[in-house]
Design a binder for this molecule. Structure first.
Ligand SMILES: C[S@@+](CC[C@H](N)C(=O)[O-])C[C@H]1O[C@@H](n2cnc3c(N)ncnc32)[C@H](O)[C@@H]1O
Length: 319
């Protein structure tokens, strides 16, 4: 009984720490230890704090599963003229920069060179700080412009507008403004689009996230794939309903999706992640918090909703 209480305490403490730690410090800690490659998170955060193995494992599971879906999406649309990756509530997300590395390392279909547009939205305070940091690193600045854009000013105080990277500030709940802002920056609404939200919906009311999903499904005319990673409480009524049907139904009904799947991260870690990589990261740190990990990973979920016209493309994009 006592050990059960102390396990629950560790899980509660870890979750509390995770909430207070920025998502960025968990990315930086896990990347520094070799869980995955991300050379860029460290540029956005000075702290050298090393996090608990259980948190690094959770961060790896999140990053690896979302990156896998992202790569499946890019592979599936390798013959497209253009694709969008949209990240509402992006914070200091480094997907854009990591994608440039993956392209150079030929881990992304080369046909998509110059055809991927990453769109990030967050509040002014976050975006303006992010842009300030980007401007201080010439290697980041260089990655943003295509060769044909060398003479054009694409990085501004409050937004970035290059062919491959569009960053701007607004409250994501203002859907009409969102469409106008994206149209002004030249976003192609007819390109297949992957929307990624990580720990954003928790800040929103149910009606607000429903209307964002509905709005996005109307704005983007072509195939639409939506991935959401979120903290949940599987033991209580809210968590059970969310994972069992609410999220899935809401994605389908409000988001205009034709199919949707949702798993907690314990299910994903055990059954859905590539086992060679899993075995590799399991050797990176001494780890004996197995029961705590089981409890903690059930507090997070990953959902995937799709509206894809072509069945042969649809079957390639899975969790
Ligand atoms: C917990 S952070 C996650 C950041 C990033 N998605 C990641 O995984 O590293 C949530 C982000 O959502 C942003 N956010 C919350 N509500 C928002 C809203 N209504 N409109 C735009 N951004 C919002 C916050 O400013 C913050 O940067």
């Amino acid at each position: 009984m006592n050990s059960f209480i102390s396990r629950r305490n560790l899980v509660a403490k870890t979750m509390q720490q995770l909430r207070h730690q920025t998502m960025l410090s968990s990315l930086k800690s896990a990347a520094n230890l070799g869980y995955f490659k991300d050379d860029y998170s460290q540029l956005f955060l000075r702290s050298k704090k090393k996090l608990l193995p259980i948190m690094n494992r959770g961060t790896w599971a999140r990053v690896f599963s979302i990156r896998s879906i992202l790569l499946r999406f890019l592979n599936a649309y390798q013959n497209a003229d253009k694709v969008n990756i949209m990240i509402p509530g992006a914070g200091y997300d480094t997907t854009f920069f990591c994608l440039q590395d993956l392209m150079r390392e030929q881990k992304i279909p080369q046909n998509l060179q110059g055809k991927i547009t990453v769109i990030e939205i967050d509040f002014f305070e976050v975006i303006s700080k992010k842009i300030q940091i980007i401007k201080k690193h010439q290697n980041l600045v260089d990655m943003i412009r295509l060769e044909s854009e060398q003479d054009i000013e694409v990085i501004h105080e409050k937004h970035i507008n290059s062919h491959q990277y569009k960053v701007f500030c607004q409250d994501i709940r203002e859907i009409e403004l969102l469409q106008t802002n994206m149209a002004n920056l030249g976003v192609d609404f007819n390109a297949p689009t992957l929307v990624i939200t990580e720990c954003l919906l928790v800040y929103l009311k149910k009606a607000e996230s429903d209307s964002i999903l509905k709005g996005l499904s109307q704005i983007f005319q072509s195939d639409l794939v939506y991935v959401n990673y979120e903290m949940i409480h599987p033991g209580d009524a809210f968590g059970r309903v969310m994972i069992e049907n609410l999220e899935i139904l809401r994605m389908k009904e409000q988001g205009g999706m034709s199919s949707a799947d949702c798993y907690n991260m314990s299910q994903i870690y055990a059954k859905r992640l590539e086992s060679t990589e899993r075995h590799r990261i399991e050797k990176l740190e001494i780890f004996d918090e197995f029961e705590e990990w089981e409890l903690l990973s059930k507090h997070y979920c990953l959902c995937l909703g799709k509206r894809i016209a072509e069945p042969s493309i649809d079957e390639q994009i899975i969790i």
